[in-house]
Design a protein around this ligand. Structure first.
Ligand code: AMP
Length: 575
């Protein structure tokens, strides 16, 4: 198995040595005698394996539903029990293709029941699901399929135009498994239909006892510069993330979980694992992520919990504004993150729909949820506006994780809600390295992950992101938070999206400029925006220009692409 993870010594001592190597200083206060004697077992050294969570859920809730939307819009219905049989057949079929435990399996797919099957067939058996972000440039897709060493790739029909021209440059891929079409529809070599692949396969039996440190998933970051970097999620890291996520934002068998965030972006924030382990109904929305399609699903399937980036929910907000009769009463809350969530959106969903927007922060490197804006008990009785001051932050670190902020010299800064610096994080589901990538040394330092996010931490422990370090605006030597300004602009009732960037300025070094999208058919001027913002942000934070556009450029994961914006408008203030 080429995983980079060594075998653990039976007495746990190898584990300690490894821990000290990865986390220098963590054990510094222990006496010399500590760890010299072999540790007795005390408790079963039972590995943290995803198959244990899976097996329990299937045994107890075999009739729990899994709903998935097909490309033609029809709905596929199945349940945990039926899916279990298909997953077991898929395991044998993968073995038949020569894919053994430790081998990666690529996917280029939306959120569907078949993608769910690949997730679990790999996780339960030590194979590695490598979810390829279908929105990356073709060259990046070629790079990561090659870098991950995928030998089989599962692909949907909608992705054929992207992968067919790449196939000749991916000689390592022996088979392409077509998830929703037939081999006759493609020129891909070694193409096999998914249903044909599993049709006659014998269902696999017991799940193997794996090393809990072995990977079950590769996720690549979607960095705007350089090649994407791979992160290997281990059994242990996802197991601990799953249980913590269930406890911290409770979901259970009465829930219907709809992951809108793609399964190719940081494992859909873990929802396929969390939802399954919790025994919840799962609703996979497939390809159509339009507001109307998602509201159809919420209403028709009675979705109770979901997760997605702000742009998805902003579109839903505007759709519901125009269609007030649509029923969203089933959904109690959704996770929102990936980029900063506007305060006005949290406010709108609560006041108009009784839905709690749970602001969360994470990265591909944090497998992926790390902070969540839950209220502390004493805040429950506060008035709504005061609660919003905390609900709009990126939230409290999840139990098990440690965070700190540091200045440019690496000195720790106080958690006083004023000082801001780079956020560093460590814990059992935080990446220790990038997969076969020398860039690890820049990001993983002394057992801490450098997030590249500039943050404050309040005395109550809430993390508030000011900016990506490369997006912070420096005007006349003072910092301006682009996120804070965007947040206020997006509170304007006629604005649907706003991105603020710093552009070069002859006098002030940089000044903020806002790209603004307004609702269709509505007229808003720069003066309107300036007077709306006046009094809401410091005067010198007011953007120098408002550029009205039809759409803000976005990255492959739906974030505002500030690099593209800066490049496109680089001369705007140079007059
Ligand atoms: P990715 O690895 O693609 O998920 O990107 C991770 C980055 O997205 C983080 O380092 C942040 O810069 C940004 N991000 C994620 N969640 C949030 C959030 N709630 N608010 C602001 N930025 C966020």
């Amino acid at each position: 198995m080429d995983t980079g993870a060594g075998a653990d010594g039976a007495d746990g001592m190898d584990g300690l040595a490894r821990q000290q190597e990865v986390l220098p200083g963590l054990l510094a206060t222990l006496p010399d005698s500590y760890g010299k004697e072999p540790m007795p077992p005390h408790m079963l050294d039972y590995p943290l394996l995803l198959s244990t969570l899976y097996e329990r859920a299937v045994r107890i809730y075999p009739h729990q539903e899994i709903v998935s939307v097909n490309p033609d819009g029809s709905v596929h219905r199945t349940d945990y029990g039926e899916t279990d049989l298909r997953i077991r057949k898929l395991v044998s079929a993968l073995a038949g293709l020569g894919i053994e435990p430790g081998d990666p399996v690529g996917t280029l797919a939306f959120n569907t029941h078949r993608h769910h099957e690949v997730y679990w067939a790999t996780a339960n058996t030590g194979r590695i699901c490598h979810t390829v972000n279908i929105r990356l440039f073709p060259e990046q897709i070629r790079y990561i399929v090659d870098h991950a060493r995928d030998r089989v790739v599962f692909v949907e029909r909608s992705q054929l135009p992207t992968v067919e021209p790449l196939a000749a440059d991916l000689p390592g891929v022996a088979n392409w498994v077509l998830m929703d079409c037939e081999p006759s529809e493609t020129s891909l070599p070694g193409a096999i239909g998914y249903e044909d692949l599993i049709a006659d396969a014998a269902p696999a039996g017991e799940w193997p006892q794996l090393d809990e440190r072995s990977p079950h998933m590769y996720c690549y970051t979607s960095g705007t510069t350089g090649n994407p970097k791979g992160v290997a999620y281990t059994q242990r890291s996802t197991y601990l993330h799953t249980l913590t996520a269930i406890a911290y934002r409770p979901v259970g068998p009465p829930d219907n979980v709809m992951p809108v965030v793609p399964m190719f972006h940081a494992a859909a924030w873990g929802l396929p694992f969390t939802g399954t382990a919790a025994g919840a109904k799962l609703t996979y929305p497939g390809e159509d992520l339009s507001a109307v399609a998602l509201v159809d699903l919420i209403e028709g399937e009675q979705v109770t919990f979901s997760a997605g980036v702000p742009t998805v929910w902003l579109a839903i907000q505007h759709y519901l504004d125009a269609n007030p009769d649509r029923d969203t009463s089933s959904i109690h809350s959704f996770l929102c993150g990936g980029s900063a969530v506007p305060r006005a959106m949290i406010d709108w969903f609560w006041r108009n729909r009784g839905i709690r927007v749970v602001h969360a922060w994470g990265m591909t490197e944090t497998n992926p949820l790390a902070t969540m804006a839950n209220l502390r008990p004493e805040m429950e009785s506060w008035d709504w506006e005061r609660q919003l001051d905390f609900l709009e932050t990126q939230g409290l670190p999840a139990p098990g994780l440690r965070v700190k902020i540091v200045d440019d010299e690496g000195e720790e800064l106080p958690h006083d809600g004023e000082a801001f610096g780079e956020l560093l994080i460590q814990g059992p589901w935080i990446a220790a390295e990038y997969l076969r990538d020398p860039r690890s040394a820049e990001t993983m330092v002394d057992g801490w992950l450098r997030t590249g996010d500039v943050c404050k931490i309040t005395p109550e422990g809430y993390v508030r992101i000011t900016d990506r370090s490369k997006d912070v605006i420096k005007s006349g030597g003072e910092w301006i938070s682009s996120i804070d300004v965007e947040n206020v602009i997006m509170g304007h009732p006629k604005v649907t999206e706003a991105a603020v960037v710093g552009l070069a300025h002859p006098k002030w070094q940089e000044r903020p400029v806002a790209l603004v999208v307004v609702q269709a058919g509505v007229q808003v001027t720069g003066e309107d925006m300036a007077s709306y913002l006046s009094g809401k942000v410091a005067r010198w934070w007011l953007p120098d220009e408002y550029v009205f556009v039809d759409e803000v450029p976005k990255t492959s994961t739906g974030k505002f692409d500030k690099k593209v914006i800066r490049d496109a408008y680089s001369d705007l203030l140079q007059r």
